[in-house]
Design a protein around this ligand. Structure first.
Ligand code: UDP
Ligand code: MG
Length: 340
């Protein structure tokens, strides 16, 4: 896993493509990816063992049959079949984890050719310059509908506001080195939001801009419902800020109610003007504030438990330079540790 073993000159490249009911686009996607990889191999840019790995995410159409046919006809293609539909993020992870032990770097991209294949060259260049993670970043959204653009950009802004570290306008089109994949493998959480996890892995990273095209054919497999679910996963898997807001609001409410209580009391003692109604109102607000603060406080602890349960790696070591000088001492001792 050390730097030296990463082949940065002529790497084995795996292109990982999750596919859900993509029979319409698959032939064209396979053709273009074949051309791309063949070109890179003959130019000496990548190793001859580079592959395209399709992941069939429980498609109900002929997607898997097509992947099988492709991989029988040409060893350039490989396939992973999930037992059922597990969603884009899980399908992608399955592909990346399959590629992990077999490649020097892997690029993930969508099956519908919306991600410009041309950006692969830029990603490889950045990898060869020492980056372990290269993010494909959309330079424009002209081809998206207004609704898609609005919701997608709102998605990134909301995540940022909630303190989730995400790369703006980067979906899941990215290159990861083998050691970055090993880092990814150490995140064992089930609520998968790759765009949140990958920036946490560390190592040198860079971005490559590309223009996102329209879906080649077929329709989006990411309707609004799935997009909202993804955004929700992104926030709830990476941020306990909502709980913090609850606590802050509870404290504010308690403080406000207490202050009004004191004012009411002073006014009452001075003038005798206020009735029992204000006392009841103040008590209600005070009780609400205390309950909310209590919930927020309990939430803070649950947030901590949540963090522990996710069992994320606390750090990933990139390199060590150290001379423990132990060997020589053992040699002088003859038997080393067995002596005495
Ligand atoms: N996908 C998947 N499983 C799903 C939904 C989608 O593997 O349950 C794949 C899909 O085949 C495609 C990628 O995820 O390769 C992105 O989906 P899509 O292009 O429909 O999303 P959009 O570009 O509209 O956001
Ligand atoms: Mg798409």
């Amino acid at each position: 896993m050390e730097l030296e073993t990463l082949n940065r000159v002529r790497p084995v490249l795996y292109i990982v493509v999750p596919c859900y009911n993509e029979e319409e686009v698959l032939p064209e996607t396979a053709k273009r990816l074949r051309e791309k990889i063949r070109g890179l191999i003959s130019a000496g840019e990548v190793d001859g063992n580079s592959r395209v790995l399709f992941v069939n995410d429980g498609s109900r159409d002929r997607t898997w049959e097509m992947i099988e046919t492709l991989s029988r006809a040409d060893r350039l293609f490989g396939g992973v079949k999930l037992s059922r539909n597990r969603g884009h993020q899980n399908a992608l992870l399955a592909g990346l984890m399959t590629a992990k032990g077999l490649c020097d770097c892997a690029i993930s991209m969508d099956a519908d050719l919306q991600d410009d294949i041309g950006a692969v060259d830029g990603m490889l260049r950045e990898y060869k310059n020492g980056s372990d993670i290269v993010y494909g970043v959309r330079s424009s959204r002209e081809t998206d509908t207004f609704f898609k653009r609005f919701t997608a950009e709102g998605f990134y802004k909301l995540l940022r506001a909630m303190g989730v570290e995400v790369v703006f306008n980067h979906a899941d089109y990215r290159l990861m080195s083998r050691r970055a994949l090993a880092g990814l493998a150490s995140y064992r959480e089930v609520n998968l939001f790759l765009r949140g996890i990958v920036p946490q892995i560390g190592y040198k990273s860079s971005t490559v801009a590309y223009a996102r095209a329209e879906r080649f054919t077929g329709e989006s497999k990411y309707p609004l419902k799935k997009m909202l679910a993804l955004a929700w996963d992104g926030i709830t898997s990476f941020s306990v800020k909502p709980v913090g807001l609850l606590l802050a609001f509870g404290i504010l409410l308690t403080a406000g109610a207490a202050a009004s209580g004191i004012i009411c009391l002073v006014v009452h003692l001075a003038t005798g003007a206020l009735t029992g109604v204000s006392a009841v109102l103040v008590s209600i607000w005070l009780a609400c504030g205390l309950i909310l603060s209590g919930l927020g406080l309990v939430g803070e602890y649950i947030g901590k438990i949540y963090g522990e349960v996710k069992d994320r790696p606390r750090y990933i070591v990139e390199a060590v330079t150290l001379d423990p000088g132990k060997k020589e001492a053992e040699e002088e001792n003859g038997d080393g540790i067995h002596a005495g």
